[in-house]
Design a protein around this ligand. Sequence first.
Ligand code: APR
Length: 257
Amino acid sequence: MSTFDTNITRAARLMHSSHYTVAFTGAGISVESGIPPFRGGDGLWDKVDPSFLEIDYFYQQPEKSWKVIREIFYQYLGKARPNIAHCVLARLEENNLLHALITQNIDNLHQQAGNQDVIEFHGTTGRLICTRCGQTIGESDKINHLIEILPPRCPECGGLLKPDFVFFSEMIPESARDRSFAAARKASVFIIIGTSGEVFPAAMLPTNAKRAGATVIEVNTEPSSYTHQVTDIFLQGKASTVLETLEQALNSNNQVS
Ligand code: APR
C-alpha cells in the first residue's frame, strides 16, 4: 500500500472515531471550480491590485472600488459552481462526520454545495449589507439587479451597499472569529484544505487546534507553512481527488465496522 493510501486509511479511521471534526478551507478548495488562488503562479493578487479592497479606499471611492468588485467577484468568479470537494464536505456534514466548517473563502461555494452551517471567517460575496442601516440582501437575483448601477444603494434607506466580506484593514466579524476559535479548541480532528496559512488571524486556527490536542490532517497540492510544523497527516493532491478518495475510505470503513 502506498504512503498516500496508508495516510488515507489513517485519516478515515481518525474521522470515524472523532467526537468533533472541523474542516478549515482556503482558496485551494475552489481552484477546481475555476477560481484562481490568491497567491502562487497565477494568483488573483497578480491580476488585481488588492488596494481596491482596502476599506478606506472603498469609502473614499465607492464607485471605482465597486467596479473592480463587480467585475472580479460577481461577473467573473460569480459563475463558479461547487466542485466535488465542496460536495464531499456537504455530505460529511449530513452524515455527522463533519461538525464545523470554517472557510476563509468568500465565494459562497460551500453554502451552494449544501453545508448548512458555514462559519464565514472573511464573510461572503453571497450577501450585500447596507453601511447605513445594516439591512442585508442575500438573494442572488436581487444582488445582480442592485449592482447594475454602481455604487449600489440600499432599497430601504438609500445608504451605500457593501459586499458582506472582510476588506483589507477591516475587523474579522466577532461571531465568526469567536465560533472559529471555539471550534478549533474543541476539535479532535482538524482538517486543513487548500490554504497557504499566510493570512492572520485565520492562519492561527490550525496551530490553536493542535495545541488543544487535535490531530491535524492537511490536503494541499504542495507543502504549506503548516505541513512541517503542525500537520500530522499530509494528503498531497488536488482537493477534489483527495476528498473523494477519503469519502470512499470512510464509506468502506462503515461497511467493515
Ligand atoms: N487543491 C488543494 N490545494 C490547492 C489546490 C487544489 N486544487 N490548488 C492550490 N492549492 C493550494 C495552494 O498550494 C496554496 O497553499 O491552496 C493554497 C491557496 O493559498 P492562497 O492563494 O494563499 O489562499 P488562502 O490561503 O485561502 O488565502 C487566505 O488571503 O488574500 C487573503 O482573504 C484572502 O481568504 C484569503 C486569505
